[in-house]
Design a protein around this ligand. Structure first.
Ligand code: MG
Length: 163
């Protein structure tokens, strides 16, 4: 039997998952929160006021916690004084929720940090649309394709995790 003092946590990628159907994920996240589940959103964008506003304007509850792979990597660069230099970075394309310029991350490092964040925050299931991180993932993974059967399959998978 699971320790009731530790709430179940699940994670949703933003780009390609939550932003593929804000109405569905807004309702789903509210239901999960009502059941006492901790919900994390994982993103490669900076955790910013702009991102918060973008999500809440689209019905994503403000009670979700946002984990930024980008901020985690950049803070480790800062800690280790390994800030990217002009020679080793390229600018990422801006997105609707991250119009500021930010450095494009290396895929392998990105996957490793994403996996670390899932482990650190005891995420029981990560919902992600990309296979690129699968090789780095120890956390159970639901591949979101935004196809008709995905919503039903995801609800079943979550029911198993929450049970
Ligand atoms: Mg994605």
């Amino acid at each position: 039997m699971r320790d009731m003092a530790v709430p179940t946590a699940v994670g949703f990628d933003i780009h390609g998952v939550v932003d593929s159907d804000y109405a569905f994920f807004g309702r789903l996240i509210r239901s999960l929160r009502a059941m006492g589940v901790t919900v994390y959103l994982l993103t490669g964008s900076r955790r910013s006021r702009c991102l918060r506003r973008h999500l809440s304007d689209r019905g994503i509850p403000r009670t979700v916690r946002i984990l930024s792979v980008y901020d985690t990597i950049m803070s480790s660069y800062f800690v280790h004084k390994m800030r990217p230099t002009r020679n080793n970075y390229v600018w990422a394309r801006p997105t609707a929720y991250c119009p500021e310029r930010q450095v494009k991350m290396d895929d392998r490092e990105f996957g490793r940090v994403k996996s670390d964040l899932c482990i650190t925050h005891h995420i029981a299931l990560l919902v992600d649309d990309s296979d690129r991180y699968l090789q780095h993932m120890c956390t159970p993974y639901f591949k979101w394709r935004n196809r008709p059967g995905d919503r039903r399959a995801l609800l079943h998978r979550l029911a198993d995790v929450i049970d």
